[in-house]
Design a protein around this ligand. Structure first.
Ligand code: SF4
Length: 258
């Protein structure tokens, strides 16, 4: 699949989640600039893209923001240079009106930043929603789009039972695809303060690999696409990492049998 990524950093987010590095993300690029550069690039390119994909932020935070982001790409869809649009958003920023707008704007894939199915963990992360909101959002989007669930492991207040439950529950929901991420402590986050004050302990590398392998095998055996395991290596991540189970080839370690 040929995907053109557009990064929104923190744009549209109602609050800051404890693990999210808003400050550094904002240093990367404002969303308006990302959109303008993407349009210029696609215009010049001879390639056909399966999807333009918006990552980061909360693109569905308002109908006007959806329109600001997606309208500029509609001519490419009409000209068959782009086949569809993918976006990643929070489960509590979706309702019937938003879903109707996404359908109108030719969205093909919706990634839900679920992170956890435990209400206690979601509260500890400052996510601002609960498992029931995730289920409502999932039911809303499932009939219209390919749905990808993003799940994290090693979040504050998380127990082994929560980790097992998240994997089993995801298998039961049977989304189109999954991304699975061990939690990392990044600079300038609430999680960094929790870690330094002794209130949060990240997973060890062995624990992160164990849970990621369990998740990967469970999803694959259930016929669910695993789009990503662990964060991709990047200069940004190396600069901002404080603690946590990170290694550049994490995904390969999980997929290997050794
Ligand atoms: S919703 Fe996503 S982008 Fe926004 S603060 Fe939370 S983790 Fe960061």
């Amino acid at each position: 699949m040929r995907i053109y990524p557009v990064f929104l950093s923190h744009a549209g987010c109602p609050q800051r989640c404890v693990f999210c590095n808003q400050h550094a993300a904002e240093k990367v690029k404002p969303w308006q600039q990302s959109v303008e550069e993407s349009i210029a690039y696609i215009e010049k390119s001879n390639l056909v893209y399966d999807e333009v994909a918006f990552y980061g932020g909360t693109p569905t935070s308002s109908l006007s923001f959806i329109s600001d982001l997606l309208e500029p790409f509609q001519p490419f869809i009409e000209a068959n240079k782009v086949r569809g649009i993918r976006l990643s958003t929070r489960p509590d920023e979706l309702d019937k009106t938003v879903v109707a707008a996404l359908v109108d704007y030719h969205v093909t894939t919706v990634e839900l930043g679920v992170e956890s199915f435990s209400d206690e963990v979601l509260d500890a992360c400052g996510r601002g929603y609960h498992r029931s909101d995730v289920l409502s959002a999932y039911e809303l989007v499932k009939p219209h789009f390919n749905v990808v669930l993003q799940i994290m492991v090693g979040l504050p207040k998380e127990t082994e039972e929560d980790r097992r439950f998240a994997i089993e529950y995801t298998v039961d929901l049977h989304p189109w695809g999954v991304r699975y991420f061990p939690t990392l402590v990044l600079r300038n986050t609430v999680l960094e303060k929790m870690y330094k004050d002794g209130y949060y302990k990240p997973l060890s590398m062995d624990e992160a690999i164990h849970w990621s392998k369990t998740a990967y095998n469970s999803f694959k055996n259930a016929g669910i696409r695993v789009l990503q395991v662990g964060l991709h290596s990047s200069e940004f991540l190396t600069d901002e990492l404080v603690a946590g189970p990170y290694v550049g080839n994490f995904g390969e370690l999980v997929r290997s049998d050794f």
